[in-house]
Design a protein around this ligand. Structure first.
Ligand SMILES: N[C@@H](CCC(=O)N[C@@H](CS)C(=O)NCC(=O)O)C(=O)O
Length: 284
């Protein structure tokens, strides 16, 4: 019997030491800032503090889509937050996101400036501000928001659940990996069935629900986000999901947005910080 099967939790849990695993040294059981650090502020109305993970690029994809659609007020500075170095615990970042996770944004076109955190809240805020990519009729809006909230609630099982136990945990626990594998296969089937009936995630229109879901599931589908994961999940079997993923990937704004703050894959062309449209010059 493995050690994990014989472990009995104590009556009162006490934090003793980092629990191991990749990035374990940043985990602590309290919130709040660990150090003083002001956030930089650029010249554009929208200031984004982020990293090019799926949660980060869903916002830069929307910003690039808004700019492509002619919304000049969506000009933005995308500053890098190096979460692997603990920058999400700096005082300036904690002031705008007390949950210390990227992405977070400040809309400085308003007085007082409006801070927003949680990627789904940022997508909704921007879609409402510019009247784009979020249907306004009750049925269309409900469909879009249902799928958006589904993504926010479901992908922690993919990243924090499956990805953690499959790839990053210091020990491989068959029970945990199987539990999350079943859930991720189920989620892939939810998406595939929806996309068999609809061109886009929420129906006939391309919305923020597509932008939220695409970065997570296309990474799993088209690359090995977690070692061998596309083969492990037999991703090719989800034909409708694949069709949609390629369709979204072909959009120029999606190509641009996907490269912003993507510093953790040094071999992939990227824009470490985006402050101007010309930052993409020469990349495509
Ligand atoms: N529900 C949040 C999740 C954000 C999130 O988990 N961000 C990760 C990167 S993808 C992060 O900042 N992690 C740093 C940490 O946990 O300390 C959202 O969608 O905005």
């Amino acid at each position: 019997m493995s050690e994990s099967q014989t472990y009995t939790p104590p009556k009162v849990w006490v934090w003793e030491k980092p629990d191991g695993g990749t990035w374990g040294e940043h985990n602590r059981p309290t919130a709040g800032a660990t150090h003083e650090r002001d956030l930089p502020v650029g010249r554009h109305p929208l200031q984004l503090y982020s990293l090019g993970t799926p949660n980060g690029v869903k916002v830069t994809i929307l910003l690039e889509e808004l700019l492509a659609a002619g919304h000049a007020g969506a000009e933005y500075d995308a500053w890098l937050v190096r979460i692997f170095e603990g920058e999400q615990f700096g005082s300036g970042f904690v002031d705008i996101n007390p949950n210390s996770k990227i992405p977070a944004m400040v809309d400085r076109s308003l007085d007082p400036p409006v801070p927003v955190f949680e990627s789904g809240a940022i997508l909704t805020y921007l879609a409402e501000k510019f009247g784009a990519f979020l249907p306004t009729d009750p049925l269309g809006r409900a469909r879009c928001q249902s799928r958006l909230f589904w993504q926010m609630a479901s992908t922690p099982y993919l990243g924090g659940g499956f990805g953690h136990f499959y790839m990053y945990a210091p020990i491989k626990i068959e029970y945990a990996i199987n539990r999350y594998t079943i859930e991720i296969k189920r989620q892939l089937d939810v998406l595939d069935r929806q996309l068999a009936q609809n061109e886009f995630i929420a129906g006939d229109a391309y919305t923020i629900a597509d932008m939220a879901i695409w970065p997570w599931y296309v990474l799993l589908a088209s690359t090995d986000m977690y070692e061998n994961s596309s083969s492990y999940f037999q991703i090719h079997e989800y034909a409708h999901l694949q069709r949609w993923a390629k369709q979204i990937a072909a959009r120029p704004a999606v190509k641009r947005g996907s490269l912003v703050n993507r510093v953790f894959q040094q071999d992939v062309p990227h824009v470490a910080e985006r402050h101007d449209a010309s930052d993409f010059d020469g990349l495509f």
